[in-house]
Design a protein around this ligand. Structure first.
Ligand code: FES
Length: 517
C-alpha cells in the first residue's frame, strides 16, 4: 500500500520534469471536424515534430495530433543526451546483427546528432546545446571485460573512443570508455523552435485529440475518439507505443521500461560530461544550467519493467541517496519518470508498419536513446514519403527479421511474451479481500468490490476513486504506481490516471469506473 505521507520526503511531492517547467509551450485546439491533409502524424513528440518540420520544409501539408499536450510524453521526460554512445551496444550489435548493421547504427545516430547541431545553427535556436564527452563506466569487476569488448567493437567499426581509468566525477570506477564530442540540450526549447516553421507552411497541430484507429486504403483515415477523421496520403504512427498495430504484432516485440530522474542543486561542482554505468542499478548523470548559469545535475536510472515495481517511490529515494553520497544535495527542485520501449534486437522499428501497408509508417522502440534514434527515424520516414533513397532503411525496417536475427532474438521474444502471459493470469486469480475503508488520504491499493478486483485510490481530499483494474488494451491487470499516482499495466506499458484516463498507450480507452454497491 502507498504510504506517501509517512515517508522522510525531501523530494518534490508532484513529479514534474525540469524541461516542461522551463520552456513556454504553445497550445493548440482540439480537432473538431473531418479534415484532409497530405501526411497525418499521430504523436507530437520529437519524432512527430521533427518529421512535420522536415516535410513542411519540402512543401508537404502535415497535420499533427496528440492525445494530450505536445511534447509531454517521453520527449518531455528524457535526460536529453544527444549521443551515438548507447551504453555498451556495439559489441552486442556486432554479435546479433553483424558488423555492417552495427556500423550503420553508429552512422545513423552520428548523422542524427549532426543534423540537430546544424538545425540549431541554421535557426539560431537557443536550446542550451553543448558539446560533451560521453562515458560508460563500471565499478564492478564483472563488467571490466564487457567494456574492453566494447572498445574492440569501436575499433572494428572505426568508432573513435578511448578507455580511461578515472573520471572527473567524485565516484570510484574500475574502468570506462569514452566517446568524445557528443552533445546535450534542452529538448523542448529545441523542438518548440521548429513549430513556427510547420505552422508557417500551413501545417496544423491539434492537442487533446486521441487517435483510436486507422482505416487503411489509398487514402488512409485516422479516426479519433471524438468521431472525426483525418484523410491523408500517408500516416506516421509516432505515438510512442503504436496505437495502431496493423497486424504487425508490435505488442509481442516491444517491452516498456520505466526509469527515474531527479534534478539536484548540488553542493559540489559538476565537472561536465555525460555518464552512465554499465551495471545495475543504472546511474546516469548530466548537468544542465538554469537561466544559463545555475547548474542542475540530473541523476537518472533505477529502470524496471513497467508495472513490475510495487514501490516506485523507492526508486526516487535510491537516486536521492546516490546524489547525497556523490555530489551532496542543496535542493531537489524536480523529479520525474519516463517510459522507454525496447525492441527485440535493441534497434528501433522505423518504416512501413507491415510490408503490405506502404502508406502507414511507424517509428517506435527508441530504447533510452530517443534524441538521436528518433531524429534518424524522422529523416528516414521523410525520405520514404518523398520517395528518396535512405541507406538506413534495411537497418530500421520493422520487417527486418531474417533467419539469423530471428534466432538470436527468439529467446527475448519468448521471455517477453511468457512474462505477459504470467501477468495476464496472475492478477485475475487474486482476490485481496481488502475493502477501501482501510485507505487513508493519498493511499491506494487493489481491493475487492462486490467480489471483484478493483483499483482504489483515496485522493488528498478524501474522495475515493474506484476503477476496474482490467487493462483496456488486451486485458492484463494494472498495478498501482505510487511514485506517479497512476495504474500501470505490466504487459505492454499502458498507464492510466487514478480516475482511469489513459496517460500512456497502447490502450486508447479509459479504465472502467467501478461503483460500490
Ligand atoms: Fe497491453 Fe495492458 S498494455 S494489456
Amino acid at each position: 500500500m502507498d504510504d506517501f505521507k509517512n515517508r522522510e520526503w525531501s523530494l518534490p511531492q508532484i513529479p514534474e520534469p525540469y524541461w516542461r517547467d522551463s520552456a513556454p509551450l504553445p497550445s493548440f485546439p482540439k480537432l473538431q471536424e473531418n479534415i484532409e491533409t497530405d501526411v497525418a502524424i499521430v504523436g507530437a513528440g520529437i519524432l512527430g515534430i521533427t518529421s512535420a518540420y522536415l516535410l513542411s520544409k519540402q512543401g508537404v501539408k502535415v497535420t499533427v495530433i496528440d492525445s494530450g499536450k505536445i511534447l509531454n510524453g517521453t520527449t518531455g521526460h528524457t535526460t536529453a543526451k544527444i549521443t551515438a554512445q548507447h551504453g555498451l551496444i556495439y559489441d552486442q550489435l556486432i554479435n546479433s546483427v553483424g558488423e555492417n548493421q552495427a556500423k550503420l547504427y553508429y552512422e545513423a545516430n552520428s548523422e542524427a546528432m549532426n543534423f540537430i547541431r546544424n538545425l540549431v545553427e541554421e535557426h539560431n535556436i537557443d536550446c542550451d546545446l553543448s558539446t560533451e564527452d560521453a562515458y560508460v563506466y563500471t565499478n564492478d569487476d564483472k563488467y571490466i571485460e564487457k567494456i574492453q569488448n566494447e572498445k574492440k567493437a569501436y575499433d572494428r567499426l572505426g568508432i573513435p573512443g578511448e578507455i580511461v581509468d578515472n573520471l572527473p566525477l567524485p565516484i570510484e570506477i574500475k574502468t570506462a570508455i569514452v566517446m568524445r564530442n557528443q552533445g546535450q540540450f534542452h529538448p523542448l526549447k529545441y523542438l518548440t523552435s521548429l513549430i513556427p516553421v510547420i505552422t508557417g507552411a500551413g501545417g496544423k497541430i491539434f492537442e487533446d485529440t486521441t487517435a483510436i484507429d486507422i482505416e487503411e486504403g489509398d487514402h488512409p483515415r485516422v479516426l479519433t475518439r471524438d468521431g472525426h477523421a483525418i484523410s491523408s496520403n500517408t500516416v506516421i504512427v509516432g505515438s510512442h507505443y503504436p496505437f495502431y498495430d496493423g497486424k504487425g504484432l508490435y505488442f509481442t516485440r516491444l517491452h516498456p521500461d520505466r526509469s527515474y530522474v531527479i534534478a539536484v542543486n548540488t553542493e559540489k561542482d559538476y565537472p561536465g560530461g555525460m555518464y552512465i554505468n554499465a551495471e545495475q542499478p543504472t546511474r546516469s548523470l548530466r548537468c544542465t544550467s538554469v537561466n544559463g548559469s545555475e547548474p542542475l545535475v540530473l541523476f537518472g536510472g533505477e529502470s524496471h519493467k513497467t508495472g513490475q515495481s510495487h514501490h516506485t517511490l523507492e526508486h526516487y529515494q535510491a537516486l536521492e541517496s546516490y546524489a547525497a553520497q556523490t555530489f551532496g544535495i542543496k535542493e531537489i527542485p524536480y523529479r520525474w519518470s519516463t517510459q522507454d520501449l525496447i525492441t527485440l534486437d535493441k534497434i528501433p522499428y522505423v518504416g512501413e508498419i507491415t510490408s503490405g501497408s506502404p502508406n502507414i509508417l511507424v517509428g517506435t522502440g527508441f530504447a533510452k536513446w530517443g534524441m538521436t534514434n528518433s531524429t534518424a527515424a524522422a529523416l528516414l520516414l521523410t525520405d520514404l514519403i518523398m520517395k528518396k533513397e535512405n541507406r538506413f532503411y534495411d537497418l530500421y525496417t520493422p520487417t527486418r527479421f531474417n533467419a539469423k536475427s530471428t534466432v538470436k532474438s527468439a529467446g527475448t521474444f519468448i521471455k517477453e511474451n511468457a512474462d505477459v502471459a504470467k501477468h495476464f493470469i496472475q492478477g485475475k486469480m487474486e482476490n485481496t479481500g481488502i475493502t477501501p475503508d482501510i485507505l487513508k488520504d493519498d493511499e491506494a491499493c487493489v481491493v475487492s468490490i462486490n467480489g471483484k478486483r478493483a483499483g482504489a485510490y483515496r485522493d488528498t481530499e478524501g474522495t475515493l476513486h474506484l476503477v476496474d483494474t482490467t487493462c483496456t488494451h488486451m486485458g492484463c491487470e494494472v498495478e498501482w504506481n505510487n511514485g506517479e499516482r497512476t495504474w500501470d499495466c505490466p504487459c505492454h506499458g499502458s498507464r492510466f490516471s487514478f480516475t482511469g484516463e489513459v496517460v500512456e498507450g497502447p490502450a486508447v480507452e479509459p479504465l472502467k469506473k467501478v461503483e460500490q454497491e
